[in-house]
Design a protein around this ligand. Sequence first.
Ligand code: SF4
Length: 82
Amino acid sequence: MSYCRLCETVFPTPAELEAYLNAYIADLPQEERAEESVMAHRLAQCRACPHLRIATCSLCGCYVQARCAKSRLRCPATSPRW
Ligand code: SF4
């Protein structure tokens, strides 16, 4: 983890963030989780999207990996990519 002494935010390392998101997705109830192929398609769209900021969607503020994993959620863009 890294720490910003100005805003006192503690930032996870990329590996810590990945582990957190994987655990978060694994804990989603099966009925709320999108199919693996759907998640993969959604993540591919996010990776090619100009609104992606590292791991976060700049339109909604979600970690895209978590958003893509939830079956009921949609891309928040005016012209949704998924
Ligand atoms: S606008 Fe849609 S496709 Fe782009 S990063 Fe956000 S969720 Fe992903």
